[in-house]
Structures are given as structure tokens and as C-alpha cells.
Write a protein that binds this ligand. Structure first.
Ligand code: HEC
Ligand code: HEC
Length: 212
């Protein structure tokens, strides 16, 4: 066999393998109905009006309407202990990849009902001025369409502040956000959180109860 022919053969095998793995990926569809069943424990916290993390105190994030892919990557980050939150580490530790995808599909499909805007307007204005750098990934008002990046628009203000503090301190390890958060002062963090929390991104909160 000539070198060209054997090279062609290798290329053919490689492309068949690539097709096979594409087929495997696309035949795996996330199941939102199964996700709903799995998510009953989750709703004890994520669906409970006004429930907050005990210490430090901040509102438990809204997951309804969040991007499914991001939910999966966040769950993996808890499972791999790249995010330090112990309760969420425990919750994620028992979830398989399929469980995570189904949970993500269930939460992402929820209709938004949050009523953002319950923030200090002056602080939000200052945040808007500082937010240009965030827009390339999160969208101008935090409602970006890229599935890999979380929606920030309409998320609880206190939760956004905590997340940014955690990227800054290393309690959340994400190379991209660590870089951005390290340049922010605590005043910047508060202002940016107020800005994004005041925008409407179609996230949903239990029974429309909005706390900060
Ligand atoms: C005991 C309360 C509690 C339970 C039960 C719980 N969570 Fe959480 N969850 C939290 C808290 C608090 C946070 C914020 C943690 C942090 O600061 O990183 C969080 C964060 C998350 C995040 C990250 C959101 C974001 O915007 O980054 C996801 C995704 C998530 N939880 C999914 C789930 C799923 C799925 C379940 C069920 C298998 C679940 N949670 C069960 C309290 C809970
Ligand atoms: C280059 C892309 C990029 C830019 C620019 C960027 N982010 Fe992020 N952001 C990400 C990614 C990726 C994540 C998810 C990280 C993870 O998995 O923990 C994230 C997560 C976050 C979170 C956590 C949200 C949640 O639900 O837990 C906040 C808050 C945040 N970013 C705010 C900002 C702010 C404020 C800026 C501007 C100062 C900014 N980001 C700029 C990519 C970016």
C-alpha cells in the first residue's frame, strides 16, 4: 500500500470516529421531565421563597431560566471542588453527567418571573459605567445568549456580590473570572452587582418573591 493510500485510510478512520462521537453526543438528549423529578430536593432551597445561605448571608441563586450548559458546568465545578461551597459540593457529588444535563434542561425551560429593579439606582448607574468589559461574554445587560456564560440579568444582587468576592478570593476557581474579579474593588463589585441585578434576563424566582 502506498503511503498516500494508507494516510487516506487513517484519515477515513479518524473521520468515521469523529462522526461516531458526534452521533453519540447528539443522540444524548437532556430529559427535562426526568430533571423535574430529580430536582425536587434542589427546589427545597432553589425554589423556596426568600431562603438565604446562612453564613455569609446571601440569597440562594435563581436557576429558573438560566442557561442549561452553564448549570451543568457550575454543578461540575462544585463536584470537582473548584467552587468551595460545601452544601453544593455535597449536592453535586452524587449527580452523574446525565443527571446534571437533565437538571439543567428542567431549570433552563422555566419561564422567567423575576421582577428586577429592586436596587439602589445610583449604584446601578455606576455599575453600568463599569460593565462594558463584562459585555463581551455576559451581554450588555447581563442577558447574553452564549450558553457557556451565566445570565447575570435579574439575578439576586447579594448572590452576584458573593460570587464576585469568591472569584477574587479564590474560593471559586475559574481562571477567566479570577482574572476579571482581581481587578475589581469591593465598591466596583457592589456597583456591578446592582447593575446586573436591575436588568431583566428572564430568570425566575419562586413565587416572584424578590429579595436582594
Ligand atoms: C441546602 C440548600 C441547597 C440545595 C438543597 C441545593 N442547592 Fe444549589 N445552591 C445553594 C446555594 C447556597 C448556592 C450558592 C453557592 C455558592 O455560593 O457558590 C447554590 C448554587 C447552585 C448552582 C450555581 C448557580 C449559579 O448561578 O452559579 C447550581 C447550578 C445549583 N445550585 C444547582 C442545584 C441542584 C441541581 C440541586 C439539587 C440536586 C441543588 N442546587 C440543591 C443551595 C442549595
Ligand atoms: C471572557 C468572558 C468573561 C468576561 C469578559 C466576564 N465573565 Fe463573568 N463569567 C464568565 C464565565 C465563563 C463564568 C462562569 C465561571 C464558573 O464556571 O464559575 C462567569 C461567571 C460570572 C459570575 C457568576 C455568576 C453565577 O451565576 O454564579 C459573575 C457574577 C460574573 N461572571 C460577573 C462578571 C462581571 C461583573 C464581569 C465584568 C467585570 C465579567 N463577569 C466578565 C466569563 C466572563
Amino acid at each position: 500500500m502506498s503511503t498516500t493510500r494508507s494516510l487516506n485510510r487513517i484519515l477515513l478512520i479518524l473521520s468515521l470516529t469523529a462522526c461516531a462521537s458526534l452521533l453519540t453526543t447528539s443522540s444524548f438528549a437532556a430529559d427535562a421531565a426526568r430533571g423535574e423529578k430529580l430536582s425536587q430536593t434542589c427546589l427545597g432551597c432553589h425554589g423556596a421563597p426568600g431562603l438565604r445561605n446562612p453564613g455569609p448571608v446571601y440569597s440562594i441563586p435563581m436557576l429558573g431560566g438560566q442557561h442549561a450548559e452553564y448549570i451543568v458546568s457550575a454543578l461540575k465545578a462544585y463536584k470537582d471542588e473548584q467552587r468551595g461551597h460545601k452544601t453544593m459540593q455535597a449536592q453535586a457529588s452524587t449527580l452523574s453527567d446525565a443527571d446534571m444535563a437533565d437538571n439543567g434542561a428542567f431549570f433552563a425551560a422555566m419561564d422567567g418571573n423575576s421582577r428586577p429593579g429592586n436596587v439602589n439606582k445610583q449604584k446601578a448607574k455606576l455599575g453600568q459605567e463599569k460593565s462594558a468589559i463584562c459585555a463581551s461574554c455576559h451581554g450588555a445587560n447581563g442577558d447574553g445568549s452564549s450558553m457557556a456564560y451565566p445570565k447575570l440579568a435579574g439575578q439576586y444582587e447579594s448572590y452576584l456580590t458573593q460570587a464576585l468576592k469568591d472569584y477574587r478570593s479564590g474560593d471559586r476557581q475559574n481562571p477567566i473570572m479570577a482574572g476579571f474579579a482581581s481587578t475589581l474593588s469591593i465598591e466596583d463589585i457592589r456597583a456591578l452587582s446592582a447593575w446586573f441585578a436591575s436588568q431583566n434576563g428572564g430568570l425566575s424566582a419562586p413565587e416572584s418573591v424578590i429579595f436582594k
